[in-house]
Ligand binder design. Structure first.
Ligand SMILES: [Fe+2]
Length: 362
């Protein structure tokens, strides 16, 4: 069954739609890979701070068209893309991370990602307990529950894979909603009315409360937007002031949680070195299986992650406002400011927003 990009955004997709179509797969050809290799070697400075690079001097040349097509599918279509062919063998770990940063700067304004206010995060196992009140999945090797990340777009650039495990699992949240509407019409009004509360996992900035409210699904300008994070929903229940989940809310969570993992809806894959996975967190939910690393430190699983407020974004639903800070179209929004969001971060956000002609209100 072939779907148009419009249908992928309106109806979402099933796993068979991805299996039988290449609309979501993009790749850099050899000439572009060579160009990106030269680019990273020319501009990467081993000791430079991320914010010190002058983006306006750069030209991503032949890579631009492919990246723009991939982002179009991410934002206006099914919300999931694999872009193959980032030069991996030719680059050092840091040069590869730098290339992920450069691509992110082209897509939009990168957002901070948690307690330590990282703009370019290394996803690798450093022994974190994911289930703890302050736990985060990206620094553990545990199985993750389904969730959305903290910005419109996430990019994951694969440098090393695990010895075993670490399978990526993605479901179209739009398709989950459409299925839920068909199977549980008696509960659709309740979904539209109820706020759910998510823990900030102790990453809150001084001016934020330790949890935030958001609807699981909400429509805005004719588009449906989804939100999910089982771990943060669960840990929020231990925070004073957070209302306890009602029977109706628990029913909704159970029904949806089951649809998310149905084989008809769930698509699984392994990233390979040089793959860039791009996701729209408002239209797909994702998770990952547990993994085992190689003993050799140089071979351990390593992905570079960015959270991005993309150019030309649509307006977000009203209940997205508490977490995202802004919901206007083409605005810089989202991210987790964490504990180290300082003047330098603010200046980077402002400067880069201006370069991309995006609005920013801080
Ligand atoms: Fe994630």
């Amino acid at each position: 069954m072939t779907q148009s990009i419009y249908q992928r955004r309106q109806e979402g997709w099933l796993s068979e739609n991805l299996k039988h179509s290449n609309h979501w797969r993009f790749s850099f050809d050899q000439a572009t890979q060579n160009f990106l290799t030269d680019f990273a070697k020319k501009y990467h400075r081993p000791d430079a701070e991320l914010f010190s690079y002058e983006f306006s001097e750069w030209d991503l040349g032949p890579a631009i068209e492919v990246i723009d097509q991939a982002v179009e599918e991410t934002m206006l279509g099914g919300g999931l893309v694999i872009l193959e062919g980032l030069p991996r063998r030719e680059l050092t770990e840091d040069q590869f991370g730098f290339l992920n940063w450069v691509i992110g700067l082209h897509i939009g304004v990168p957002r901070p990602q948690g307690k330590s206010t990282q703009y370019l995060a290394k996803v690798q196992d450093i022994g974190t307990n994911y289930r703890a009140a302050s736990g985060r999945g990206f620094s553990s090797n545990e199985k993750l529950t389904f969730h959305t990340d903290g910005a419109d777009i996430s990019t994951l650039g694969c440098f090393n894979t695990a010895k075993s495990g670490g399978m990526s699992m993605i479901t179209s949240s739009t398709a989950v909603w459409r299925q839920f509407e068909r199977e549980h019409p008696e509960l659709t009004n309740a979904v539209e009315e109820h706020l759910f509360y998510f823990s900030r996992q102790q990453e809150e900035a001084p001016d934020e409360r330790p949890y935030y409210g958001q609807k699981l699904f909400e429509e805005c300008d004719g588009l449906i937007f989804g939100k999910w994070n089982s771990n943060r929903l669960r840990t929020a229940q231990d925070i004073n002031d957070v209302p306890k989940l009602t029977e109706t809310q628990n029913k909704i969570l159970n029904y949806m949680g089951e649809i998310i993992q149905r084989s008809t809806h769930l698509y699984t894959m392994y990233l390979k070195p040089g793959d860039l996975q791009i996701m729209n967190n408002n239209t797909v939910f994702h998770s990952r299986t547990a993994y085992e690393d190689y003993a050799d430190a140089d071979k351990k699983r390593l992905l570079y992650r960015l959270w991005i407020a993309p150019k030309k974004s649509p307006r977000l639903p009203q209940s997205w406002n508490e977490f995202y800070g802004e919901i206007g179209a083409n605005m810089v929004r989202g991210g987790i400011k964490g504990h180290h969001f300082d003047e330098q971060c603010k200046k980077f956000d402002d400067d880069h927003a201006r370069k991309l002609q995006m609005s920013f209100d801080n």
